[in-house]
Design a binder for this molecule. Structure first.
Ligand code: 5GP
Length: 204
C-alpha cells in the first residue's frame, strides 16, 4: 500500500514518519529527488537524492518521476524507482510530500491513502515554528498562509491526524489504526476467494 503524508510546516509529520518506521519493519519511506541545494546536516540518498535542474528535467521527460512539483523555485519529485524498491522489498511505501504532488498521485493510484497531519491550530503552529528557531517572522507568516492553502486540500484527503502537543504516540497510533482499516478493505482482499478455496477451480 502507498501512504502519502502531508501537512503544514510544524505539524511534526517528519517525526510521525520516523516513529512509524521505528515501530514497524513493514514500511519504508521514499527518498525524493530535488534540485534544491543540500543543507547542513543532510545526507545525499538519505534525505533526498540531490540532482541538478537539468537532470531533474531529464527525469520528467523520461518518465522517471511519478509526480513532481516546483516549490520555492526548486523541483521536488517522487521517483518511479522508489515504488519499485518498495515492491521488491514487499513493504508499504510512505511518501512525505506536499499537497499538489499528493493529489497527482491519488489520480494515478486511486488506492493511495492520503493523510494530512496538522498541529491542533494556527497559534500552536506559529508557536512551534518560533520555538524551532529556524524561521524569521516573515517566513513564519508565509508558512501560516501556506497552511491555509494546504488545508483547502483537506476534502481530497482520506484522513486527518491532529498531532497534539506531547501526544506523538497518539498520532502514531492513529496512523496504525487507519492503516489496519485500509488493509481490511474488501477491495484489498480480492484474492481472498481463491485462498478460501485453496486455489481450486471452485475458487476461480
Ligand atoms: P524541504 O525543502 O523543506 O525539504 O521540502 C519542501 C517541501 O517539499 C515539503 O513540503 C516537502 O513535503 C515537499 N516535498 C519533498 N519531497 C517531495 C516530493 O517528492 N514531491 C513533492 N510533490 N513534494 C515533496
Amino acid at each position: 500500500m502507498v501512504f502519502i503524508i502531508s501537512g503544514p510546516a510544524g505539524s511534526g509529520k517528519g517525526t510521525v514518519v520516523s516513529e512509524i518506521l521505528g515501530r514497524s519493519e513493514n514500511y519504508i519511506c521514499a527518498v525524493s529527488a530535488t534540485s534544491r541545494p543540500i543543507l547542513k546536516g543532510e545526507v545525499d540518498g538519505v534525505n533526498y537524492h540531490y540532482i541538478t535542474r537539468e537532470a531533474f528535467e531529464d527525469k520528467i521527460k523520461n518518465g522517471g518521476v511519478v509526480e513532481y512539483t516546483e516549490y520555492c523555485g526548486n523541483y521536488y519529485g517522487t521517483l518511479v524507482s522508489e515504488f519499485e524498491r518498495a515492491d521488491k522489498l514487499g513493504k508499504h511505501l510512505i511518501l512525505e510530500i506536499e499537497v499538489d504532488g499528493a493529489t497527482q498521485i491519488k489520480k494515478k493510484y486511486p488506492s493511495a491513502v492520503l493523510i494530512m497531519v496538522t498541529p491542533p491550530d494556527a497559534s500552536e503552529q506559529s508557536r512551534r515554528l518560533f520555538t524551532r528557531g529556524r524561521d524569521t517572522e516573515e517566513s513564519i507568516a508565509k508558512r501560516l498562509r501556506r497552511a491555509a492553502e494546504e488545508l483547502d486540500y483537506l476534502p481530497k484527503y482520506d484522513y486527518l491526524i491532529i498531532n497534539e502537543n506531547g501526544n506523538l504516540n497518539e498520532a502514531v497510533d492513529d496512523f496504525f489504526a487507519l492503516a489496519r482499516a485500509e488493509e481490511l478493505r474488501a477491495a484489498c482482499n480480492i484474492e481472498f476467494k481463491n485462498k478460501y478455496f485453496g486455489n481450486t477451480e471452485k475458487g476461480e
